[in-house]
Write a protein that binds this ligand. Sequence first.
Ligand code: PDD
Length: 274
Amino acid sequence: ISAYFNGKFVDANDPVIPIDERGHQFGDGVYEVIRIYNGKPFMLEEHVDRLYQSAYAIKLQIDPDCGALKNTMLELIRESGLINLDLYVQVTRGMASRNHLFPDCPVSVSMTVKPFRTIKIGEKGAGVTFLPDERWQNCFIKSLNLLPNILAKQSAYEKGFLEAVLVRDGKVTEGTSSNVYIVKNSSIITTPLSKHILSGITRMAVKGIAIENGIPFIEKQFTPDEMIQADEIFITSTTMEIMPIVRVEDHEINGGEVGTITRTLQEQFKERIF
Ligand code: PDD
């Protein structure tokens, strides 16, 4: 058992999604990716809250009893037999003959699980490149529509970079699937929350760690130039955790070494998850 669809636990390869499903026809839905460490979901409440906020923003009505949804998640985790895994949860506007207008039908809920492996580059750091942020104005919604994100990620990958850092109006917004931070004079600087970025759960955790450790956490916009001049850079996401960035296009950051603040955050993050 590695998946769930509308009330049934199934195998991820089972053909369960009907053709007339708005998730794949319109990308008409929202999602979450939640990591489970040692059987314990990390910041589950925050992920569920964000799922409801995303749904609300696209006028999609999820069962207001989030307890039932959480129980299904926990049941799938148990059924999978895995203890270190990523849980993908997707809610769409349901199954109805294709028509742009909202259908009058129940939402669809699907979930999958897969084991995760800690990525080695988390120790050495990775490289990023800049690309224009061509996404819509509502990037705070964790929407299924990820075409600009995947195109940018693929193009970065083909040039040998782990992530594309997106730039809107001359300022860094976020990565295609991560939040972006620079360290300057021992302060962490990251893009402030707005409609143009996703409010990352890992970002929330990092902010908490910074505050607890007396590291200034400044939420203000910065430019690609400021990024190249930074003392340290890192990006965060549920699946990449805290990923050091030691190369921006052909510029080395901190002599190509992971910086001390990034290291401290990584160590403190590890203590929180286990
Ligand atoms: N992506 N910004 C974007 C655009 C993202 O897609 C993600 C996460 C983040 C980081 O959010 P969090 O810390 O809550 O994971 C920021 C997930 C992991 C994905 O799409 O696979």
